[in-house]
Design a protein around this ligand. Structure first.
Ligand code: IMP
Ligand code: MG
Length: 169
């Protein structure tokens, strides 16, 4: 499997994003939410670099089968906490078609948080089907299917420490 982004570069990206969030939310106590399962390693690394009194939460949505989005999301696990009035940071692994986060965004806005900030480790803008842009993107990549550091192909390869290009075997 060809390494696209080595672990050391991922850590640097997380440090950078952590610093931006620390500056942006200075004096606040944001909730840093992880979109399960793919964003787990990213979320875990990122929170080490946010120098604020944060709390954590976890949400799980689903839309994918194999390498294609099914176009609909369903909230499989909701936030534990009430997000009303809070500053919410959503950590996601990758934006592809944009469907997942745009639909999640509609749902979250109904709950009246004070703010929502979308932070994505990777972005594939060439694959967009709906208009959606994250507030902070770690790295823009080409139209490749990637695995590792949380990203899966049919639930496998999430445990790889680097991000690799999935080549079918
Ligand atoms: P979207 O709704 O098309 O933006 O898809 C977002 C979700 O699709 C991500 O949270 C990933 O779980 C999954 N996904 C999109 N592209 C890839 C990829 O290249 N590798 C693994 N998962 C992907
Ligand atoms: Mg996934």
């Amino acid at each position: 499997m060809k390494v696209l982004i080595p672990h050391s570069e991922i850590v640097e990206i997380c440090k950078n994003i952590g610093k931006k969030l620390t500056d942006k939310f200075s004096g606040k106590e944001p909730v840093v939410a992880c979109v399960l399962k793919g964003a787990c390693p990213f979320h875990s690394e990122l929170i080490k670099h946010i120098n604020l009194p944060i709390t954590l939460d976890y949400v799980q949505v689903s839309s994918y089968v194999g390498t294609e989005s099914t176009g609909e999301i369903n909230i499989k696990k909701d936030f534990d906490g009430d997000i009303c009035g809070k500053d919410i940071i959503i950590a996601e692994d990758i934006i592809d078609t944009g469907v997942t986060l745009s639909k999640l965004d509609i749902e979250l806005k109904k709950r009246n948080p004070n703010s929502i900030t979308y932070v994505c480790l990777l972005d594939k803008p060439s694959r967009r089907k709906v208009e959606f842009n994250a507030d902070i993107v770690g790295k823009v990549i080409d139209n490749l299917f990637v695995i590792g550091f949380g990203l899966d192909y049919n639930e496998q390869f999430r445990n790889l420490k680097d991000i690799c290009v999935y080549d079918g075997e």
